[in-house]
Design a protein around this ligand. Structure first.
Ligand SMILES: Nc1nc2c(c(=O)[nH]1)N[C@H]1C(S)=C(S)[C@@H](COP(=O)(O)OP(=O)(O)OC[C@H]3O[C@@H](n4cnc5c(=O)[nH]c(N)nc54)[C@H](O)[C@@H]3O)O[C@H]1N2
Ligand SMILES: Nc1nc2c(c(=O)[nH]1)N[C@H]1C(S)=C(S)[C@@H](COP(=O)(O)OP(=O)(O)OC[C@H]3O[C@@H](n4cnc5c(=O)[nH]c(N)nc54)[C@H](O)[C@@H]3O)O[C@H]1N2
Ligand SMILES: [Mo]
Length: 783
């Protein structure tokens, strides 16, 4: 383990640091010699789609693009370490639970299907057929299919997702909680209502011609490093890059492109953001409204002086509704409220408004800093309003760009992983497969936890992911999972969800995307959809981590066959013998996938149509809508502040540089200057003083929620940081215990992981009775 140090980093993102970090990870994971070849096959026409993130790559045919995040994700999968039955024989589940998430991950790739044995509290190997038969029998014994939950994480391919939703719907439920519920759900919800489609409208080519790129609540240096390549090119040709973030993220400030030999040789770098607005957490709606207010004021001035209008009157008249009411509301919103709630001055917002008004075409990007708040949907509407004002949708170089996380999270939703499927989609499933799919909406992630807690749901099946650790309210979620009759996880690596299990529990290991997948007809490829709706093929090149592994499509098909038996209308084992057959069925169900097998084999794949990008509005009104929202002044944090004597902070939970969601690769967060420690709390120097504490003190965090439940996360190191006063940041998942299950985004129900009202106490070491609680979060042993 590296030494604990806090040491500010003032170099660029990327550069030699990124190359060194990858070299270290390859060594740590003991990646075999062909690992280098593996890296070179990421995002190549005949290689696999990078499991790192959903950022697209140029035509999917370009030369290898180095990406630290992608390299780590690939190295993690290609590791030589193995978590074999011998490992499980060595430790009871209670003992395993005492280890950290980092340690669990480091045990390596799982090799055998395992079943928990109550008598010895150990996972023991089980044959595939027996596992499927037992799980199927369990599901069939439920009183109703709606007692079962089927979670999906966004790494799974289109083919696996399609078969999975088909199995679950033929089984009889729409209970599809997924990682999207915790991620970009508000983006889909907001855009569907406002613009008629739930996806972004821009393509990479638009980044080449945009005059300005506005980036809200995103840390691409860590989470989407390949995006920095596009931003760098845009910055170099003089486009304005305007960032809104409470933290000054390195990757948004400067970047040294490992692709650029000259920049690397001279230790040079490129400035990324032309303007950086350090707003306060949750202040985006207010800030965007301020930018809009300025734009409308500039428009009124121009009109008064007989100059060309600043807003696009023709576009607004032809394509939108609700402008008059919206403009009146913006005019009525006081600058004082906007300044107080955004944490930015009127002068700063006027500057941002001027940048917006001067730019011929504008792209707005956003990430989790926007989606994980109570008012996320309203904030995304405000972003939509901003774009609509100047017709910045459906023309080159302009449009909304929600930057997705998991590499196929968008595709999984396209394939029907959704708890509220449309009637038209269900009708199509019925026509193609000749069974009656369930119509009743199912549970999302928050609903799934509630339903397990109150006994409405009794079984949990996870296709990928780490539900116990990724979800909010750790104590409640763990109780929910432990209360289940059955928990099953399809997975590549050991994680905490396997240790917080039901009365009957299985771990089913699968192939990763980098591995060769052979079925009846020979080697198979799968398909994925990136954040910009490009669909392309992905084929593994490495030998499977173990001969016992099943591919995800094969695993789902065999489980479906075992569970549904002769009552199924679907030829499961035939379908999975050749994935072209699955794709033919996908093409039958979804019009946009016509001729799927042919089109996906064209290098680069194909683009799914997007009506909003063509200025066709598929919502009920048939128009793009200006959505009116007041700047919120009565959020949980406002109420908590009003009710407390002591300082109440807003805590945002974010990712460090050495993690992939709940997968902890290492203990460093290089760009933020943190080494060897994850339990840190970023805080303004004056706030440390106001608390009467010192940087380096250990503190406990208590979350304030009106439900009265005590939620405490213990032992965080105070780190003085450049962050607005009243705002705190710490890493997820260590802080998930603080996110109340009842606190989620209006309409979209995404947990409010970026705005938790908390108070800070000096750390109190815990007595023995909370050993179980410490075990559950891997705090007992330090590795
Ligand atoms: N290496 C790596 N890559 C990843 C992931 C990973 O964990 N590791 N995860 C993947 C997934 S699933 C996703 S969804 C994406 C996530 O990628 P991002 O969307 O970048 O996610 P976060 O790191 O959670 O936080 C984003 C930023 O929001 C800022 N922020 C916090 N609160 C606010 C706010 O109120 N307003 C504004 N404007 N900003 C705020 C934080 O300072 C941070 O810079 O990345 C994907 N890629
Ligand atoms: N507090 C807080 N909570 C958050 C967030 C936050 O910002 N703050 N972010 C939220 C977001 S954006 C997301 S997307 C969720 C993520 O939630 P999840 O998607 O559930 O979590 P991951 O950590 O991405 O899942 C990692 C696990 O996936 C498994 N895995 C990896 N590759 C494969 C594969 O190829 N196949 C299969 N079957 N399994 C595989 C491994 O077992 C690994 O341990 O977390 C959310 N939770
Ligand atoms: Mo995500």
């Amino acid at each position: 383990m590296s030494k604990k140090t806090i040491r500010p980093y003032d170099g660029p993102a990327g550069g030699w640091g990124a190359l060194r970090s990858v070299a270290r990870h390859l060594l740590e994971q003991d990646v075999p010699v062909h690992g280098a070849r593996t890296l070179l096959s990421a995002n190549q026409p005949d290689g696999f789609d990078c499991p790192g993130c959903a950022w697209p790559d140029r035509d999917h045919t370009s030369t290898f693009e180095f990406c630290e995040n992608g390299a780590k994700a690939v190295a993690a999968e290609a590791t030589r370490h193995r978590a074999t039955p011998e490992l499980f024989a060595q430790y009871t589940v209670a003992e395993l639970a005492g280890y950290s998430d980092h340690w669990l991950e480091n045990q390596g790739r799982l090799t055998h299907p395992m079943r928990w044995d109550a008598a010895s509290d150990r996972y023991l190997p089980i044959g595939w057929d027996e596992a499927f038969a037992r799980i199927g029998a369990h599901l069939n014994a439920l009183d109703s299919p709606n007692q079962a939950l089927f979670y999906t994480s966004g790494r799974c391919s289109n083919e696996a997702a399609f078969l999975y939703q088909l199995f679950v719907r033929e089984f009889g439920t729409n209970n599809f909680p997924d990682c999207s519920n915790m991620c970009h759900e508000p983006s889909g919800t907001a855009m569907k209502a406002q613009l008629g489609v739930g996806k972004g409208t821009v393509l990479l080519d638009d980044f080449e011609i945009a005059d300005a790129i506005f980036i809200f609540g995103q840390n691409p240096g860590t989470n989407h490093p390949r995006m920095l390549g596009e931003l760098r090119k845009a910055a170099k040709r003089g486009a304005a890059i305007v960032s809104f973030n409470p933290l000054r993220e390195r990757g948004l400030e400067k970047f040294a492109d490992p692709q650029d030999k000259l920049e690397m040789l001279h230790n040079g770098s490129t400035r990324i953001s032309s303007d950086y607005f350090q707003l306060c957490i949750g202040g985006d709606l207010a800030a965007i409204k301020g930018i809009i207010k300025r734009t409308l004021e500039l428009d009124a001035q121009a009109q008064g002086e007989g100059r060309e209008r600043v807003i696009d009157i023709a576009f607004i008249a032809e394509h939108t509704r609700g402008f008059e009411r919206f403009a009146a509301d913006v005019a009525a919103e006081a600058w004082e409220t906007i300044e107080a709630e955004s944490g930015l001055s009127r002068a700063e917002l006027e500057r941002a408004g001027d940048l917006y008004a001067q730019a011929g075409s504008v792209i707005c990007c956003w990430g989790m800093g926007i989606t994980q708040h109570k008012h996320s949907v309203a904030t995304i509407h405000m972003l939509g309003n901003l774009l609509l004002l100047r017709g910045n949708i459906g023309r080159p170089g302009a449009g909304p760009c929600p930057v997705r996380g998991h590499s196929n999270v968008q595709g999984d939703r396209t394939m029907g992983i959704y708890e509220k499927p449309s009637p038209a989609f269900l009708d199509r499933l019925r026509e193609v497969f000749d069974f009656e799919p369930p119509r009743e909406p199912g549970h999302d992630t928050v609903g799934a936890i509630e339903a397990m807690l109150d006994g409405r749901c009794k079984t949990f099946f996870g296709l990928g992911g780490n539900f116990a650790t990724a979800t909010p309210d750790t104590d409640a979620t763990h109780r929910a999972l432990r209360g289940c009759e059955l928990t099953v996880h399809v997975t590549t690596k050991l994680n905490r969800s396997h240790l917080v299990h039901g009365r009957d529990a299985y771990i089913l290991p699968c192939l990763g995307r980098t591995e060769i997948d052979i079925q009846d007809s020979g080697p198979q490829g799968v398909t994925v959809e990136d954040s910009m709706s490009m669909v392309h093929l992905s084929a593994g090149i490495n030998a499977p981590a173990a001969p016992t592994l099943l591919s995800e499509p094969a695993l789902v098909a065999r489980l479906a066959a075992a569970t549904l038996g002769t009552r199924s209308k679907v030829p499961w084992l035939w379908l999975v013998g050749d994935y072209d057959r699955i794709r033919d069925k996908i093409a039958e169900v979804f019009e946009d996938f016509h001729d799927f097998n042919r089109r996906v084999r064209v290098p680069g794949g194909f683009h799914l149509p997007n009506a909003a990008a063509e200025r066709r509005w598929l919502n009920a009104e048939g128009k793009a809508l200006f959505k009116t929202h007041a700047v919120p002044t009565d959020l949980p944090v406002h109420r908590a502040r009003a009710s407390q004597q002591q300082p109440v902070f807003t805590l945002a939970t974010t990712r460090s540089h050495d993690q992939y969601n709940t997968t902890i690769y290492g203990m460093n967060d290089r760009y933020r200057g943190v080494f060897g420690e994850r339990r840190v709390l970023f805080i303004h120097r004056d706030d440390i003083a106001a608390l009467g504490m010192n940087a380096g003190d250990w503190v406990d965090l208590e979350s304030l929620c009106e439900d009265g439940v005590e939620r405490i996360a213990r032992r965080f190191l105070l780190v003085e940081y450049n962050i607005p006063r009243g705002c705190l940041a710490a890493y997820y998942p260590e802080t998930n215990a603080l996110v109340p299950l009842s606190s989620f985004a209006d309409e979209a129900r995404t947990p409010t992981s970026k705005s938790i009202p908390v108070i800070v106490h000096p750390h109190v070491p815990q007595a023995a009775q909370s050993l179980q609680a410490s075990r559950d979060i891997g705090l007992v042993r330090v590795d």
